[in-house]
Design a protein around this ligand. Structure first.
Ligand SMILES: Cc1ncc(COP(=O)(O)O)c(C=O)c1O
Length: 381
């Protein structure tokens, strides 16, 4: 039998998948150490919005205990963690979808609910996983211009058409750190047609002052088209373990649970999250240190006369002019921050709030790094 003219499997992959621009994360410490021949112990990473304090000691102890049993598959339904979340958030366990990070919850929502050609609405400068997850389904991302770098909810509402199946809101948003008051978000959700899913991503919720923290758990009962996602990666300091959760209407949770892989959250992550959930004091102290660190950075940036966006997260977006040479000059000084050219913000750097000592090192390194930008410009001239 004559074989068909061959074309590679990659060429035959859906065009919308081949067009995806790969996600670019913060550079790992080991990679920078290797590339620049630096001692990893001297490198400061302020590039991925991690908690500089690490996890709660209770979470670490839980991981050590759980490590003894890694030969067993984890509980695919995450019973203990769901029960604890249910009690804490006052929602039913069947309204929870556990995710391999909250990123997984965003993916599950698009996987379960978007068809090729559907529209998903999100803001300019919103978290980049929204366009990526949308595109991976062959759906069309509708990017709505931001207002003062923040979500423009009126414009987002106006962008919803009969073809819209999903809207993403990040509150606070990464990388801008902008935040929307709860009343505005709820009014927006109330205005969205009930056959359009609203994904409300609150990855940085714990960094908000308690008075600003959203009442989104109470909204779930009122809006069956709402999915709220939270994570243990940020204030709880468990980014490497990959655990987050979505909360939604029980029927919608059931749908999302059907498309998730059976053991998407490993047993160490479940045990650590359970212990971290119980350690409110640790999260509170992380919030306090973040606030102090943010003020430290803001003061230092004001001295350097640099513009920044006031941030409600554990990171800050700083305007430095041509950001790439500044980023590279910081790297050479052993400081990893995040360029955000992929967000169409090529003149800004995003810097995670570190410990007091890390923030001080960053600020001390920034002035010479800015000078290197000036000399790069002069050379180019
Ligand atoms: C706004 C936002 N949402 C979600 C995530 C995903 O985090 P994770 O998958 O670690 O929960 C991040 C991570 O940076 C984020 O910034």
């Amino acid at each position: 039998m004559k074989s068909q003219p061959s074309s590679s499997v990659v060429e035959r992959a859906p065009e919308y998948v081949r067009a995806i621009a790969p996600y670019v994360g913060g550079k790992p410490i080991e990679e920078v150490a290797r590339e620049l021949d630096l001692d990893p112990a001297t490198i400061v990473k302020l590039a991925s919005n991690e908690n500089p304090r690490g996890p709660s000691p209770r979470a670490l102890a839980a991981i050590a205990r759980a490590a003894a049993d890694v030969t067993r598959y984890p509980d695919g339904n995450g019973y203990a963690l769901k029960m604890a979340l249910s009690a804490k958030l006052r929602i039913a366990p069947d309204q929870i979808v556990l995710g391999n990070g909250s990123n997984d919850v965003l993916e599950l929502a698009t996987q379960a609910l978007l068809r090729p050609g559907d529209h998903a609405v999100y803001s300019q400068y919103a978290f980049i996983v929204y366009p990526l997850a949308t595109q991976a389904r062959g759906a069309l991302g509708i990017e709505v211009p931001a207002k003062d770098h923040a979500h423009d909810l009126d414009a987002m509402r106006a962008a919803i058409t009969p073809r819209t199946r999903m809207v993403f809101i990040a509150n606070p948003n990464n990388p801008t750190g902008t935040w929307l008051a709860g009343e505005a978000v709820e009014a927006f959700i109330a205005s969205v047609p009930r056959d359009v899913t609203v994904v409300l991503d609150e990855a940085y919720n714990e960094y908000l002052e308690p008075s600003q923290q959203s009442r989104s758990m109470a909204w779930i009962a009122r809006y069956p088209n709402l999915i709220v996602s939270h994570t243990f990666s940020k204030a709880h300091g468990l980014a490497a373990l990959r655990v987050g959760y979505g909360v939604t209407d029980a029927q919608l949770a059931d749908l999302l649970n059907r498309v998730r892989q059976p053991f998407n959250v490993n047993s160490l992550a479940q045990a650590a999250a359970l212990a971290a959930l119980d350690d409110d004091a640790y999260v509170e102290e992380s919030r306090r240190l973040n606030r102090a660190g943010m003020q430290q950075l803001e003061r230092g940036l004001s001295v350097l006369r640099l513009r920044y966006l006031p941030s409600h997260g554990n990171f800050i977006l700083i305007e430095v002019g041509d950001a790439q040479p500044v980023y590279e000059a910081l790297l050479r000084q052993g400081i990893i921050v995040r360029p955000v050219g992929n967000y169409d913000l090529p003149t800004w750097l995003r810097v995670t709030v570190g410990t007091e000592a890390e923030n001080a090192r960053f600020l001390a390194a920034l002035a010479p790094a800015l000078a290197s930008r000036a000399s790069a410009t002069t050379r180019a001239d």
